[in-house]
Design a protein around this ligand. Structure first.
Ligand code: 5GP
Ligand code: ZN
Length: 125
């Protein structure tokens, strides 16, 4: 197994008290933010799989998009709005918006997040 994949498997943690993205929100884990709104944060994925690979997260902890949709649909709509604004700013207009939900679907960080993915950057490269 490659080192990145090995490290990624170690990130699995379902609990809010030891949640990686909550630590990013609180500042306990230093991360450069690409954008911030009242209820969301955006930062680059540490292991990008596309030329543009941003993560949009709610500041509040919800374990996945299903829990977010059920409990805080207004915040989910803010996540979606922020994600499309990021796509408008950083891509040429074609992008994927992905919410991995559940370990068997590839979710490794159990704090809801949208992946904004594109191989066509705004500047055309
Ligand atoms: P998931 O696999 O849960 O859908 O997405 C989690 C994402 O978080 C992965 O793509 C992974 O590369 C990214 N990630 C994991 N740890 C960190 C980190 O410490 N900083 C950043 N910026 N991204 C991370
Ligand atoms: Zn969290």
């Amino acid at each position: 197994m490659e080192l990145a994949a090995l490290t990624k498997t170690r990130l699995i943690d379902m609990s809010e008290s030891n949640c990686l993205f909550c630590k990013i929100v609180s500042g306990e884990m230093a991360t450069e933010f690409v954008a911030e709104t009242d209820n969301t944060l955006v930062f680059k994925d540490i292991w990008p799989v596309a030329k543009v690979h941003l993560l949009v997260i709610p500041k509040q902890h919800y374990s996945d998009v299903a829990e977010l949709a059920q409990n805080a649909p207004v915040i989910l709509s803010e996540v979606l709005k922020t994600a499309t604004e990021m796509a408008r700013e950083y891509t040429a207009g074609s992008f994927k918006l992905q919410f991995n939900t559940g370990a068997e679907a590839g979710q490794t960080v159990f704090h809801a997040h949208a992946h904004v993915l594109s191989d066509t950057e705004k500047d055309g490269s």
